[in-house]
Design a protein around this ligand. Structure first.
Ligand code: PRX
Length: 632
């Protein structure tokens, strides 16, 4: 471990020297004057005075060396489409798209909200946006109108970029309809909606003066050359909303230069990809993993990125390995949930294809259980590396760093503190550092390294308040996770300290789901908890108190009411937030001060001991949860 240790040590004791070297991995239009400005803790500005651009680094700078090599390999098993773009072709499409956006008035600092299925045009729009110095806010397609509207109102985009529809398991998801609904709910609607028509939805309701057809606009800009706008390193590149304790998602704001450097360095030290090879990240562009490792990371590094629309088991469970074989994928990045889904299929599918091009399979987003880790590494016969990070960090915080030193993984551990992160496990209330094998809160002593969030969009106070004030009186960044370090220095993540749950690798706040459930007129009160699930890791489960209980006296009545609640959540949040069950009770377990005992409810739902109930106001609340669970 000596090489890794020395590398890590230098990254936190000689930040300037370390990151100055890493910064050489990207192009600077104007060199930076200062590596780090940390004069206003906890706000860190990296590569001050340097001018650069994400799109230039991801696309333009490769034209000379690898213009004819693949940049984007698009495969949809939903539509049967397969298209490949070289760096030259990607450059062409990005310029066309940038000209379209510029033609509609998108300028430096303006926001573009991208609400798109997994199609290449989504990537063109992201790259075109940052090319113009504008800021994108990509919203995951699984979010419905209400969630979309709250993000519109926070980011206040000048333009929205969307499509007619997405496809999931052969069924269309009507994006345009959801956009129309969200705009109706929004207090600050965009001026224009640019629509990429895939031809899935035939009955499109285009609103005159607001909605524009992308293909028609693109036709006018086929030869467009749109110059890159050089941004100062700290200028924002994008906003990405994520869930927390409150019902209002936070807009994680990312800078430009720090992010580009962090990703370029990670491609080398963590993922060990080589320019000219292919990387296949199975996430969605709506999540942070998609931003960093479907779009920017591989492209900045000169790799081809495989973008996949579809399920891992359609047309059959060998589809991903077929892609690996056909495109000689060297680095793959997926989620534990996806691997658990594959584990349930006939193992013969894994042997059908030659996956010898694969150097590593990385997994992240949720805890990787030991049986799943063991199964996939035995089956693939390539190293499987779990790593841990967050929307906020933008890249890995705990990981092995095989590009620096290969250290054998331990199943269940995402590895070690990554260079740049001064990770400490602290006692929750005293703020003291805890010893090996003791449970503590995962924290990072600031400054956070390049690539991490620079602030909460438009809310500097919230950034400080949310992330830097919760452990005793120490100003440390908390990740809101519990962790433990063993005697050998391997870290283990034990779960969140807040009300965030993780459903199939998707991060959701229980507060958001509770608010969505409460939108049903018959709901008086509701508590949502995350409950262990064999495939998805966790699923949300709701316990609701009704205003009028007459209709739920019978099992059929309860089932009908549950269905109504599902529909309300689908409409507000989208199917990602739908509870697995809604149990109806007349009382929730609460403390005498009125706080819902979510942890006790969760324990009962998982068949565990509910723990200390001395603060419970009325024991009937707990009994009701128990009988609801045992009654199915
Ligand atoms: O609780 C941790 C869990 O997911 C959270 C971050 O989720 P998100 O913002 O969606 O970012 C995902 C980026 C990969 C963390 O606070 N988490 C993430 N990776 C792991 C994990 N839990 C356990 N093991 C992991 N490898």
């Amino acid at each position: 471990m000596e090489t890794y240790r020395a590398f890590h040590q230098r990254s936190v004791t000689d930040r300037e020297g370390f990151w100055r070297e890493q910064a050489a991995a990207i192009d600077w239009h104007r060199p930076f004057e200062q590596v780090l400005d940390y004069s206003q803790p906890p706000f860190a500005r990296w590569f001050v005075g340097g001018n650069t651009n994400l799109c230039h680094n991801a696309v333009d700078r490769h034209l000379q060396t690898r213009g004819d090599q693949n940049a984007l390999i698009y495969i949809s098993t939903e539509t049967g489409q397969q298209t490949t773009y070289t760096f030259n072709q990607l450059h062409r499409e990005v310029n066309r798209c940038a000209a379209v956006l510029q033609g509609q008035g998108l300028e430096r600092g303006d926001r573009l909200l991208i609400y798109m299925p997994m199609v290449p045009e989504a990537v063109f729009a992201m790259l075109a946006c940052v090319r113009l110095g504008a800021i994108h806010s990509v919203v995951f397609g699984g979010f419905a109108a209400h969630s979309l509207a709250s993000r519109i109102d926070d980011a206040r985009p000048k333009i929205m970029f969307t499509a007619d529809a997405g496809m999931r398991a052969g069924k269309p998801v009507h994006y345009k309809g959801l956009v129309d609904e969200a705009i109706k709910l929004s207090a600050h609607p965009p001026q224009k909606v640019i629509l990429f028509n895939r031809g899935i939805d035939v009955d499109l309701d285009m609103i005159a003066g607001r909605d524009l057809d992308y293909a028609a606009l693109r036709e006018h800009h086929l030869d467009a050359e749109v110059p890159v706008i050089w941004l100062e390193s700290s200028e924002p590149s994008y906003i990405l909303y994520t869930s927390g304790t409150t019902g209002t998602p936070k807009g994680v704001q990312r800078d430009t230069g720090g992010y580009a450097v962090a990703l370029a360095a990670s491609m080398q030290h963590i993922y060990c990809g080589k320019p000219g090879e292919s990387m296949f990240t199975t996430s969605d562009i709506g999540w942070v993993v998609g931003h960093s490792y479907i779009v920017y990371g591989p492209l900045i590094h000169g790799m081809a990125s495989v973008m996949y629309e579809g399920l891992p088991i359609r047309p059959d469970p060998a589809i991903w390995w077929k892609i690996v074989e056909e495109h000689k994928v060297s680095v793959m990045f997926s989620s534990p949930t996806a691997i658990r889904v594959l584990k349930k299929q006939d193992p013969a599918y894994l042997a059908k294809h030659d996956v010898s091009s694969l150097r590593y399979l990385f997994l992240a987003g949720e805890p990787l259980d030991e049986p799943t880790a063991r199964w996939i590494s035995d089956a693939l016969k390539v190293p499987v590396l779990d790593h841990y990070w967050q929307t906020e960090t933008g890249w890995a915080l705990l990981s092995s760093v095989p590009g620096v030193e290969v250290i054998p993984p331990k199943f269940g551990s995402p590895g070690f503190p990554v260079y740049g992160y001064d990770v400490r496990l602290l006692h929750e209330s005293t703020g003291e550092e805890i010893g090996a094998n003791e449970k503590g809160v995962v924290t990072v002593v600031p400054p956070l390294p390049p690539g991490c969030m620079s602030t909460v969009w438009g809310q500097d106070d919230r950034f400080v308040q949310t992330y830097f004030t919760s452990v005793a009186d120490r100003m440390v960044y908390t990740t809101f996770d519990w962790g433990i370090r063993d005697d050998d220095g391997y870290y283990f993540i034990l779960g969140r300290t807040d009300d965030v749950i993780n459903v199939a690798g998707h991060r959701l706040g229980t507060r958001e789901i509770e608010e969505a459930v409460s939108a049903h007129s018959n709901i008086a009160e509701v508590a949502v908890v995350g409950v262990k699930d064999a495939i998805k890791g966790q699923v949300p489960m709701a316990f609701a108190v009704l205003k009028d209980t007459a209709k739920t006296a019978t099992a059929a009545g309860r089932a009908a009411m549950e269905k109504e609640v599902f529909d309300v959540v689908d409409k507000a949040l989208g199917p990602v937030g739908r509870p697995s069950r809604v149990h109806f009770v007349t009382l929730l377990p609460k403390t005498r001060s009125g706080k819902v005992l979510r942890r006790s409810i969760q324990a009962i739902a998982e068949g565990r001991d509910p723990g200390d109930l001395t603060t419970l106001d009325d024991p009937a609340g707990i009994e009701q949860v128990r009988s609801a669970i045992s009654g199915g």
